[in-house]
Ligand binder design. Sequence first.
Ligand code: SAM
Length: 278
Amino acid sequence: MNGSSEDLKAGIAGVFDRVAVTYDTVIPFFETFARYLVGAAALHLGQRVLDVACGRGACLRVAASHVGPSGYVLGVDLSRTMIDLARQDLADVDVPAGLVEVRVGDGEHLDLDDDFFDVVLCGFGVFFFPDPAAALSECRRVLRIGGRFVSSTFVGGGGGYSWIGDVIREVRPATPMPTPSPVSTGSGLIEFLRRAGFTEATTRRVEARFVFPDVDAYVAWNWSTGTRRLLESFSPEEAKTYRRASAERLEDHAVTGGYELIQAAELTVATSPRQSPV
Ligand SMILES: C[S@@+](CC[C@H](N)C(=O)[O-])C[C@H]1O[C@@H](n2cnc3c(N)ncnc32)[C@H](O)[C@@H]1O
């Protein structure tokens, strides 16, 4: 790993450490998509599942209920606080001992045996890898022959409303928009999966609906996701502009009970083939 990649990952781990306490507490965003993702994996009793970039464990709990006590689910995440809280959350629910484990780790360098898992899940994680080819190659290495990789990405580049970039430019007109990861779309991910030797890659679009009760809830949700990093950099004046500009645009989404967010995502499934492609 080179210096800049290491810095990038330290920054990512840091923001998710700070996000972890409120993660998925404002609206059940990741929990909802975790059910879709695990559904797309079509898990069976007794299977071994790895959840790469597991966060606070949204997919772990659902996967555990599908593989049952004879299965095994392991979650790996770069953020220590996410892992600590995922462990605590799991202790609060009735999961048989040994069925689910979590540990701090890097998806680009999995400290795991070859050919062990039946399914690798990665919910809204692939686009954080500075080297997605390395991460997908690792996922393939730990999958048994015929095992499946199942991953979600956002439609439209990121989670949330499509106007967030306009709001950011209103706050800071000169802000350069980050270059999107080449695997931030289903089609980009499929291309990388093929290069990593996966076959039968397909993508399916799903949607979920959420309601923010008020503007404060929308801003609190931003603080509970990776967007937090940007918000942390705002001056008090910029934060006010961000809130006002968001509030104006939220009016277009007003429904009974608050503001509606229809989030589209893509679920991509691919198979680790019998033989490496030549
Ligand atoms: C948007 S969250 C998704 C978490 C979880 N999969 C879910 O659906 O709730 C992205 C997660 O990716 C993790 N992450 C980013 N880069 C990673 C890497 N190189 N290795 C492992 N985890 C990583 C972050 O720490 C964060 O918890």
